[in-house]
Design a protein around this ligand. Structure first.
Ligand code: G4P
Length: 527
């Protein structure tokens, strides 16, 4: 095994997917408490320190309770390096989430014990299904009244199609949580809360005799339920887990750190390590080939003091060394990596080297776009990340004509980050681009960022279109003459997009003009 393969084998790159309020931030903090954050500033001590690892750096995020930024927290645990990639918490940013999930090898699906599978959990799960990302399920908040464990398993199976295979099983109903039986390790442990959850939970081994004597009914019930699971063969199976067919399930309470160490163990023992990534031609680049990486996120102005642009790159092969000069596959131009950081929220630390699975933040990466490949040695390009079909459209204009330059610069910047799709036409002119979003909250982000970062207040006039299709110049001419339709050019790739008020309008136009090219956008690519 080469040094690079060895380093790759001890990486675990994952994301936590959940509905807002299920406990993602609490879990992130709890994980950072159990595994030491690999950044001097990131070391976590006590409740006050815990806040430091949350990623709500933006005013808007705070006021709306959403997280739009995505970066990676590096954690060190049992001689493994974890890269926890942050996902946006709102459905309107699903395009962003899709890109982020292109960078991970595994997802932890966090479920609120009282609420089960919630809408946003489902949406994020769908992305995992699409990308066939293995999913570990963590049922959170077991310290509070909630649903029956077996009923939750049924719901997980019904909604996701994955066969749930409990790794741990709770002793006690939700709200009366004593510990878990570890079905994989064949032993039981009892949890004792530490005040405030600021330190690791105390965990002691529980023998059957002690459990029976001390926990009585709760223990008996757990034993009965486990008998049931054994009988139906709901046992962990590595092959089906990695094939996205089954999901190991763990129970716990992130707030009191119950089950958090076991989740980290499951990530070490079950979650897949980085594997060779296939390029556009389907040929996998070996882990120990020269460096290659995928840009999955571009974010400007994360730090108001620096106002720079960071591209987040997932290392796919080779060893990254700060200072390397790489090739940008999209342009063939060299790219110098003088400023390489590990970034989470507002914290940055210089990163000197990185291995497959790691996330590198490259500063001042003006040429990089989400989906781009960087490489050293033999050329490689990874498949581009699909962009979603927008369903919301609005015309943006600078409130003051004196700010036209700032407006233009801001729009171009946010377009490059992939925050929104920018559509233009000669008819509408340069100062009134159409912004196309997957979810309406993207408009708020644009409005907020243009004002805060570029000094350009804007007005947004919503258009009545709800549907976009890719078209060609010949069809564009015919579509452009119709009522309830319009053709614009997408700035990021010069694609011609036909917009329609609704499906019926599109169908009737297509029926009147046989042979029109109108392709769905879902499998679209950003470049
Ligand atoms: P999110 O990032 O997924 O949106 O969720 P977050 O961690 O902010 O958690 C949402 C709420 O759920 C928080 O309470 C948090 O304390 C609580 N919570 C998270 N995990 C657990 C758990 O295991 N058990 C219990 N009982 N509660 C949990 P809050 O009152 O909204 O916020 P705060 O005032 O505690 O910060």
């Amino acid at each position: 095994m080469t040094a690079i393969s060895r380093e790759g084998a001890r990486r675990r790159t994952f994301a936590v997917i959940s509905h807002p309020d299920a406990g993602k931030s609490t879990m992130t903090e709890a994980l950072a408490l159990h595994a030491s954050a690999i950044s001097e500033a990131g070391a976590v001590h006590g409740k006050a320190g815990r806040r430091g690892v949350t990623s709500d750096w933006m005013e808007l995020e705070r006021s709306r309770g959403i997280s739009i930024t995505s970066a990676a927290l590096r954690l060190d645990y049992r001689d493994h390096v974890f890269n926890l990639v942050d996902t946006p918490g709102h459905a309107d940013f699903s395009e962003d989430t899709y890109r982020v999930l292109a960078a991970v090898d595994c997802a932890v699906m966090l479920i609120d014990a009282a609420k089960g599978m919630e809408p946003q959990t489902m949406k994020l799960f769908e992305v995992c299904r699409h990308r066939r990302i293995p999913v570990i399920t963590f049922v959170n908040k077991w310290d509070r009244p909630g649903r029956d464990a077996l009923e939750l398993l049924d719901e997980i199976e019904e909604r996701t199609g994955l066969r749930p295979t409990p790794v741990t099983w709770p002793i006690g109903m939700p709200g009366d949580f004593h510990g878990v039986v570890d079905r994989l390790r064949g032993r039981a442990s009892r949890y004792t809360r530490t005040p405030g959850g600021a330190t690791k939970a105390l965990e002691s081994e529980l023998t059957a005799e002690r459990a029976q004597a001390e926990l009585g009914r709760a223990w008996q019930q757990a034993v009965e339920e486990i008998g049931l699971l054994d009988a139906i063969g709901a046992d962990h199976d590595q092959k089906t887990f990695e094939a996205h067919e089954s999901t190991p399930v763990l129970f716990g309470a992130a707030l009191s750190n119950f089950g958090v160490a076991r989740l980290l163990d499951a990530l070490v023992e079950l979650a897949p390590a980085p594997a060779p990534r296939p390029d556009v031609a389907g040929v996998a680049r070996p882990l120990d080939a020269p460096f290659s990486g995928l840009v999955f996120k571009v974010q400007a102005n994360m730090d108001p003091a620096h106002r720079d642009r960071i591209a987040f790159v997932r290392v796919c092969s080779g060893r990254f060394e700060r200072g390397m000069v790489l090739t940008h596959a999209a342009t063939g131009r060299p790219f110098a990596t003088k400023y390489a950081h590990a970034v989470f929220g507002q914290e940055r630390t210089t990163l000197d080297e990185a291995y497959p699975g790691d996330v590198v933040g490259l500063v001042n990466a003006t040429a990089l776009r989400p989906g781009d490949t960087l490489y050293d040695g033999p050329a490689v390009a990874f498949p581009p990340i699909p962009s979603f079909a927008p369903e919301h459209f609005a015309v943006a204009r600078a409130r003051s004509s004196g700010k036209a330059k700032q407006f233009r610069r801001g729009i171009d910047q946010l377009d490059a980050e992939g925050v929104i799709q920018v559509l233009r036409s000669d008819l509408r002119g340069d100062q009134a681009p159409v912004l196309a979003a997957v979810g309406p909250m993207q408009f708020e982000v644009i409005q907020h960022r243009l004002a805060a970062e570029f000094g350009a207040e804007i007005t947004l006039d919503r258009l009545e279109y709800t549907l976009a299709r890719r078209t060609d110049p010949a069809s564009a001419e015919a579509v452009a003459r119709q009522r309830g339709a319009e053709v614009l050019t997408r700035s990021r790739d010069q694609a011609l997009l036909a917009l329609f008020t609704d499906r019926w309008r599109m169908r009737s136009i297509a029926a009147d003009h046989p042979g029109l090219t109108l392709e769905p956008l879902i499998a679209d690519t950003t470049r």
